[in-house]
Design a binder for this molecule. Structure first.
Ligand SMILES: [Zn+2]
Ligand SMILES: [Zn+2]
Length: 108
């Protein structure tokens, strides 16, 4: 599966806390299936999963509309935890986070 945002790199599976997420090795965006993000936000050992800071790259990515890698439909922006703009698939409820967003949510 290609990254919904940069559309170049293949997403790589990574397991944190028994939750398998897909991570882009290029832009460090992460894709969560429905319900997985909530788990990552409360799990203490998810600390350090995303050490990224917001960068110019992630800011630019933030304005892009990604396509759900599972359903191939356009993801819709929504305001999530900490007032961040996140992308959610209206079909399967999957959520894509840009680099730094998970860390920002956890620190909120
Ligand atoms: Zn990417
Ligand atoms: Zn979807």
């Amino acid at each position: 599966m290609k990254c919904p945002k940069c559309k170049i790199a293949e997403m790589l599976p990574a397991t944190y806390e028994g939750v398998e997420v897909d991570r882009c090795p290029r832009c460090e965006g992460m894709y969560f299936d429905k319900g997985e993000l909530e788990h990552m936000l409360v799990s203490r050992s998810a600390e350090g999963v995303d050490r990224s800071e917001f960068t110019v790259l992630s800011d630019k990515h933030d304005m892009m509309v990604g396509r759900c890698q599972r359903c191939d439909v356009e993801m819709r922006p929504m305001v999530g935890h900490a007032g961040l703009r996140i992308d959610r698939c209206p079909n399967c409820g999957g959520i894509y986070l840009d680099q730094g967003e998970l860390a920002a949510m956890r620190n909120a």
